[in-house]
Design a protein around this ligand. Sequence first.
Ligand SMILES: Cc1cc2nc3c(=O)[nH]c(=O)nc-3n(C[C@H](O)[C@H](O)[C@H](O)COP(=O)(O)O)c2cc1C
Length: 203
Amino acid sequence: MSESVNVAIVYYSSTGTVHALARAAVEGAEKAGAQVRLRKVAETAPEAAVNSREEWAQHLRDTADVPLASLDDLDWADVVLFGAPTRFGNPASQLRAFIETTGPLWGQGKLEGKVYSAFTSSGTKHGGQEATLLALANTFYHWGGIIVPPGYTDPVMNQLGNPYGVSHVAGEGAPGEVPLQAARHQARRAVEVAAALKAGRSS
Ligand SMILES: Cc1cc2nc3c(=O)[nH]c(=O)nc-3n(C[C@H](O)[C@H](O)[C@H](O)COP(=O)(O)O)c2cc1C
């Protein structure tokens, strides 16, 4: 059903948490039959800041082979999933910086009508995950996007407990099976909705 759905998973991660969720989303989308592009956004922090934390510098090295997101990736996609860590209750500025390059596509109406969804991580349990996800949704409204949250549409979402989008508390360690399974579900659901939309539009 989903062979013709293109999914761009565009993320930022300093220390690997959001990257792990993004990888799980890739698995979910591919299993649903989609073509998937995993794309990171550029690191904008000064080298000194990156090097001040070994796990940050290490993650940057470990993901050197992940292609950088481009406007073409958004243009190509039927589904766009954004992932970013929570920074003072907002998406990390690295992802925002990429989003703020999309004016030309937006101006041509090329961001309209796509399926959008988002995921995040935070250091602490009440550290602003929903705020980050809702902040990303503000952009989806401006783009005329079709926001497809995971809600509680699978039992794993009840275990995760965040219907706005998949999220993980990084301070409790790397994402385990519940958030990873939830990320697979979120991506699969986005693909299924996009496939139904495509089928409806072409009929
Ligand atoms: C500048 C900065 C601001 C942050 N703000 C928050 C915050 O508001 N709430 C929170 O729980 N964690 C906060 N954190 C922790 C990050 O959300 C956490 O390190 C991140 O989710 C880990 O994801 P990553 O491994 O993909 O980089 C902040 C971290 C930094 C560096």
